[in-house]
Design a protein around this ligand. Structure first.
Ligand SMILES: [Zn+2]
Length: 218
């Protein structure tokens, strides 16, 4: 996309939201943001939650990083960008839902699978994706007979589940889960098919959100 298209996009956005009679931003400025959902997504340019879910400004609070990874709860002196966003959404905005969404053809997950090679070229990336290295271990044996492409897809789903489980290690998230004030969902965007799948903790399967008979596990 040529850089200039960004400016055109901004002009269209301005007309859409700040033209005569447009009130959405006025309301959001007056009342503040009150999103019900925290979306944790990958930085991949093809997997933007706001576009995939067709949301409006103010609808979702979003944090995106390489491979939508959530580190386990840890109170150290590191710079916890992702954890800060999660904390603000949960403790500050009191969101009711957290969705962590991975996707197919994820470069970050490939970097995890090939982390020895990646380490030669990248300074921060290997250490970041290493947070999800238990996904490598958990899928290795179960997928060893599958073709490489399918193994990659299974690893991507396993990485989402590492984040899903790590969300449960935050005490103030666990507290809200127990009181019924919060729900966590693990989603996977299959970009070749344009399908959004949700992890079912009872069956351990990822089911098509738009599929016939889709039922969310309680
Ligand atoms: Zn990705």
């Amino acid at each position: 996309m040529p850089f200039n298209k960004l400016i055109q996009g901004y002009k269209a956005f301005h007309k859409e939201h700040f033209g005569p009679g447009k009130k959405l931003y006025q309301t959001l400025v007056r009342d503040g943001q009150n999103p019900e959902v925290l979306m944790i997504g990958c930085s991949d340019s093809r997997a933007d939650p706001a576009i995939i879910m067709n949301t409006a400004p103010g609808d979702i609070f979003v944090v995106r990083n390489v491979s939508a990874i959530v580190p386990a709860y840890s109170r150290d002196s590191g710079h916890h960008g992702t954890c800060s966003a999660i904390e603000f959404a949960v403790r500050g905005l009191k969101v009711k839902q957290i969705v962590v969404m991975g996707h197919s053809l994820c470069g970050g997950v490939r970097a995890l699978a090939e982390r020895d090679l990646v380490g030669e070229h990248f300074e921060f990336l290997p250490n970041w994706v290493d947070i999800a290295k238990s996904a490598l271990v958990s899928t290795q044996k179960a997928t060893e007979k599958l073709p490489e492409e399918e193994r990659a897809r299974e690893l991507e789903k396993a990485v989402v589940l590492v984040s899903y489980r790590n969300l449960h290690t935050f005490p103030w998230i666990e507290e809200r889960l127990k009181s019924g004030d919060l729900t966590i969902h693990a989603w996977y965007f299959d970009m070749a098919k344009g399908k959004l799948l949700e992890y079912n903790p009872l069956t351990h399967a990822f089911d098509d959100l738009n599929g016939k008979g889709f039922k969310r596990a309680k």
